[in-house]
Design a protein around this ligand. Structure first.
Ligand code: AMP
Length: 272
């Protein structure tokens, strides 16, 4: 990978990177489209990163289909597909991790111990391997985006980190590789997550500024049906991710919930 990146850089080409765990959908492919706008050689990494999964999480059963991913990426004329092996990324004796403090102590970070340590570490390694000028991340994983922005800034990484809006199914469900786990009935229930967020958005537009009231709206809708297990509903500052009591101009409203065995996340930015 180093040779390819070095020679692209020597030719003066701007490299864009889209890190993924594969099992690609239109959300990932939109990031590729954005990277193509911002760079002239686009690399997509596909790596199911064991370091970001907890011992009880779904690393083993995470969906994988490299041939399908390759076909989708070739259709979008991706220049480089980078698929390192776990043993290349974490050879025996591997012992260096990147910890982004504070931002990780919110939302998913409170429920998935070590998750963002794994994320920041793998993204730092991907940046070192691919040497991108620009890297595109989805706002679907809003906390991840903020953590990577912080890491790049704090460690003086010479890469521009760009966020891209959430791509949704026509009925509002945020696209996710994990949606493949859902049965038809579970998928119906999963729709409530976005519906609940939209209800909070309506309340915000109607003038509600109290975070507790907005969270309550979301919880009420999610609680209206059996089989949705809410992990968190948070209304927080869009930069620090600190919980808010009252919204001034903007806030992130973020939800994590399990439908059956599938953990799903969604969010939106409330803005005046
Ligand atoms: P993943 O393969 O789930 O690790 O995601 C790889 C990248 O795609 C991350 O930057 C995600 O935030 C982004 N992504 C995943 N789903 C979506 C979506 N529905 N819309 C936009 N970006 C997404």
């Amino acid at each position: 990978m180093h040779e390819t990146s070095d020679s692209l850089r020597r030719e003066g080409r701007r490299i864009g990177l889209v890190p993924t765990m594969g099992y690609l959908h239109e959300g990932h492919l939109s990031l590729v489209g954005k990277a193509k706008e911002l760079a002239d050689a686009v690399a997509v990494s596909i790596f199911v990163n064991p370091a970001q999964f907890g011992p009880k999480e779904d690393f083993g059963r995470y969906p994988r289909d490299f041939e399908r991913d390759r076909a989708l990426l070739e259709k979008r004329s991706t220049d480089i597909i980078f698929c390192p092996e776990v043993s290349e990324m974490y050879p025996e004796g591997y012992s260096t991790y990147v910890e982004v403090r504070e931002l990780a102590d919110h939302l998913c970070g409170l429920h998935r111990e070590g998750h963002f340590l794994g994320v920041a570490t793998v993204v730092a390694k991907l940046f070192n391997a691919v040497k991108p000028h620009v890297a595109v991340f989805g706002q679907k994983d809003y906390q991840q985006l903020k953590i990577i922005e912080r890491m790049a800034r704090d460690l003086d990484m010479d890469v521009e980190v760009v966020g891209f809006p959430i791509v949704r199914e026509p009925d509002g469900l945020a696209m996710s590789s994990r949606n493949a786990y859902l049965t038809k009935e579970e998928r119906g229930r999963a729709l409530l997550i976005n519906r609940a967020i939209r209800r909070a958005e309506e309340a915000f537009r109607g003038g509600e500024r109290k975070a507790a009231r907005l969270s309550e709206e979301v919880r009420k809708i999610l609680g209206s049906q059996e089989g949705i297990d809410v992990e968190y509903v948070a209304v927080c500052d869009i930069e620090t991710l600190d919980d808010l009591e009252k919204i001034e101009k903007q806030a992130l409203i973020a939800v994590a919930a399990s439908v059956g065995r599938t953990r799903l996340i969604d969010n939106t930015i409330l803005t005046e």
